[in-house]
Write a protein that binds this ligand. Structure first.
Ligand SMILES: [Zn+2]
Length: 466
């Protein structure tokens, strides 16, 4: 059969496994233009069996590649024969619309031996009407066979990236399919590629950083990472989503001086038992005060990553971190929080600008009336919306009685922009405090405002809150 005799649909189907296999097949047919489809299937089967020692138990459960009934070359010939039957459209189960791509074609039932997590034929009630598998067309069936070339081992499971943009697709293709072919060419292929991280959440951020760094103007992306296994009795799948606003925010955090500050903030939020964070060196030490390297904790839980993936705000973390920086006379650039508020929390520029402006007034007024510490304590202690509003009203009043020509905020700005409907008031407090800490640090006010016992007290509170 010539390659042109059988056309594969390469448009995305939405199924991550089929689409990833399709990307691998599409790349292979461009590299090996002299090979037809059965020859490409043979080539992939040869990689799996000869170079990877047929170790695909977590992908093709009970297939001809992995089943012990097939030995040596029989694994390859058995597989190629099976796909040739499908490509020749011999003995189909029916003609109908493919359950994955929707094209009308001859269909074959596929189970876990060909399609990860598709359900097992052994459990007749897994599929509709007790069918033998999911009915798919030859095109989807063939694409699934190339899936192993596009996945990586990540901890005890496998990982597959489902990117949306051409830049991300190219990145993943280079990291997986091309890397696999290079290793086969160099005779160093040993099996499915291993990702250096085993924690899929942390790995997804690492992947996002790499994509951003390789395409520095690239800001629109929505990444899905499938962390799965089709292994024997314990098939499983977790899906991690890095949404587009978070990706855009991360792309801003890879630029200039924000990058180092953001990385330090993230590093501070790993969960590491029996260790302590050294504020001076911005690094972790173990209980004997020996420094820990990134490799020691890079797979640990990270609260910042986990909250970003869970769609929860990291602004409270930023506020606490900014406070610590202020107390320890370290810089925290509030732009990190402003970008986060804009890109991820969807705060309007005008609102962020107003909060910044109010922080300026509070510093100025507080110094003039010797009431800065009082304002700060009141804002920090505001646990309810009305308490924050009460502090702001007090500041507005103090501003008026002190004879300032300009109001702290106009009524219109207060109602329309500072406290818009639907905005969580705590975000306004947190951003206001972050700006205040930064400005107080710039004005070198820490010694004037905070005494040792305050620092100790705040450390205690912070620990409890964390
Ligand atoms: Zn199909």
């Amino acid at each position: 059969m010539e390659q042109s005799d059988f056309s594969v649909f390469f448009e995305p189907t939405g199924d991550p496994f089929v689409d990833a296999g399709g990307i691998a097949l599409d790349y292979l047919r461009q590299v090996y233009q002299d090979k037809n489809l059965p020859a490409l299937i043979r080539l992939a089967a040869d990689i799996y069996v000869t170079h990877w020692d047929a170790n695909l138990f977590a992908i093709f459960h009970g297939s001809k590649i992995t089943h012990k009934a097939y030995v040596g070359k029989a694994k390859i010939t058995g597989t190629v024969d099976m796909y040739e039957t499908i490509l020749n459209k011999d003995s189909p189960a029916m003609t109908d619309n493919c359950r994955i791509c929707g094209h009308e074609d001859v269909l074959y039932p596929v189970g876990r031996d060909q399609y990860c997590l598709a359900g097992s034929k052994a459990f007749a009630n897994f599929h509709h009407l007790h069918e033998d598998g999911i009915f798919v067309c030859p095109s989807c069936s063939v694409k699934l066979f190339f899936l192993p070339l596009t996945i990586v081992q990540m901890g005890g499971m496998l990982a597959l990236l489902h990117p949306t943009s051409p830049e991300s697709k190219t990145y993943w293709l280079n990291k997986t399919v091309r890397e696999n072919l290079d290793r086969v060419g160099r005779q160093t292929a040993e099996g499915i590629l291993k990702h250096k991280l085993s924690n899929p959440r942390n790995a997804l951020f690492e992947i996002a950083y790499n994509i951003i760094d390789e395409n520095n103007k690239h800001k629109k992306e929505h990444l899905l990472l499938y962390h799965f296994t089709n292994f024997a009795a314990s098939p499983a799948c977790e899906i991690y989503e890095l949404p587009s606003p978070v990706f855009k925010f991360l792309s801003i955090m890879r630029i200039g001086e924000l990058k180092e500050q953001w990385n330090t903030f993230v590093r501070r939020h790993y969960r590491i038992s029996k260790s302590s964070w050294n504020e001076k060196t911005a690094s972790w030490s173990d209980k004997d005060n020996n420094p820990l390297s990134t490799d020691d904790y890079r797979n640990n839980h990270n609260d910042v990553f986990e909250r970003l993936l869970a769609g929860k705000s990291i602004l409270p973390f930023m506020r606490r971190y900014a406070r610590r920086c202020f107390l320890h006379k370290k810089i925290y650039n509030s732009l990190i929080s402003s970008h986060y508020a804009r890109e991820v929390l969807h705060m309007q520029d005008k609102q962020i600008q107003l909060i910044r402006q109010i922080a300026d007034t509070i510093i100025e007024l507080g110094q003039k009336m010797d009431s800065l510490k009082k304002y700060l304590v009141a804002i920090e202690g505001a646990g309810k919306a009305y308490q924050l509003r009460g502090v702001l009203l007090k500041i507005i009043k103090d501003n008026f009685t002190s004879g300032q020509a300009e109001p702290v905020i106009t009524l219109d700005d207060y109602v329309t922009y500072l406290f818009p409907d639907g905005q969580y008031w705590g975000e306004i407090r947190d951003l206001l405090l972050i700006h205040l800490y930064e400005k107080m640090h710039a004005a070198n006010l820490v010694d004037q405002l905070i005494h040792d016992e305050d620092i100790q007290k705040s450390e205690l509170t912070l620990t409890e809150e964390m």
